[in-house]
Write a protein that binds this ligand. Structure first.
Ligand code: ATP
Length: 237
């Protein structure tokens, strides 16, 4: 029996003022799947994630999450429904401790949380437990990324939107982030839609990819159907 998508985008468009940047976006993401969003700088990948989260206004079309039309819901109600985002650049709070940063994520699901951080955050990122009393600003780039992902997971989302999770991260730490995203999908059963410039990362952990060019989708397929090299050549045309 086929599964219902956790996320369905239908004919979605977005604009900055008079300038339209997304056109006719159709996308289906299945539960417990990971999809990589690839394309050159400026093609609209971040805008697409923000439009799904509700932090950027939908210009036209529909966002259906977990069977509900959330197109007109503000971001905090989409968060309550179970969408979480880790923004590009991480945006952790440098003057709050690691624990305080994580606790800011608890409010996302409203009264569904019991005020306690889920233990799986520290199972996933044991280092965060070691540095829990340190200010976020003192962490390395990789640790800050773990913190940003952990904060998003604090609200027990069903869908995690990741905007360039390996950007600015040392190559040896990229593998740890990859492993964490794999665990988030397979063990925590959270669906993942990730923008990622390192195409090999997408090929290591995603099930599908969506390639964008100039605000439109030009190709969507299972990872298994195409090599990373071929996909890379297509999006760089
Ligand atoms: N706040 C803004 N105001 C006006 N235009 C914007 C704004 N943010 C982005 N844009 C424009 O919208 C288009 C899509 O940008 P977006 O950041 O979504 O692309 P991207 O694929 O995520 O690129 P990158 O990989 O560089 O983040 C670009 O032309 C960009 O210049």
């Amino acid at each position: 029996m086929s599964q219902n998508p956790i996320l369905q985008l239908q004919n979605l468009s977005a604009a900055y003022g008079q300038s339209q940047v997304l056109w006719d976006i159709d996308l289906n993401l299945l539960p417990n799947h990971a999809m990589g969003l690839i394309g050159r700088n400026g093609v609209g990948k971040s805008t697409l994630l923000q439009t799904i989260m509700g932090t950027h206004k939908v210009h036209g079309g529909t966002v259906i999450f977990d069977g509900e039309d959330v197109t007109s819901l503000p971001a905090h109600l989409r968060a309550r429904a179970g969408i979480a985002i880790v923004p590009q650049g991480r945006h952790i709070f440098p003057h709050l401790t690691v624990l305080e940063n994580l606790e800011t994520g608890l409010s996302a699901r409203g009264d569904r949380g019991n005020g306690k951080l889920p233990e799986y955050i520290f199972d996933l990122f044991p280092k965060l437990k070691d540095v829990r009393s340190r200010n976020g600003g003192f962490l390395s780039g990789g640790e800050q990324q773990q913190l940003a992902i952990g904060r998003a997971l604090a609200g027990s989302p069903k869908l995690l939107l990741l905007d360039e999770p390996t950007e600015g991260i040392q190559p040896n730490v990229v593998q740890q982030i990859e492993a964490a995203i794999h665990t988030i999908k397979t063990e925590l059963k959270v669906s993942v839609l990730m923008v990622e410039q390192r195409i090999e990362v997408v090929w290591n952990i995603a099930d599908q990819f969506t390639a964008m060019q100039e605000g439109k989708i030009i190709l969507q397929d299972d990872i298994a159907n195409m090599s990373a090299e071929d996909a890379s050549n297509i999006v760089r045309i």
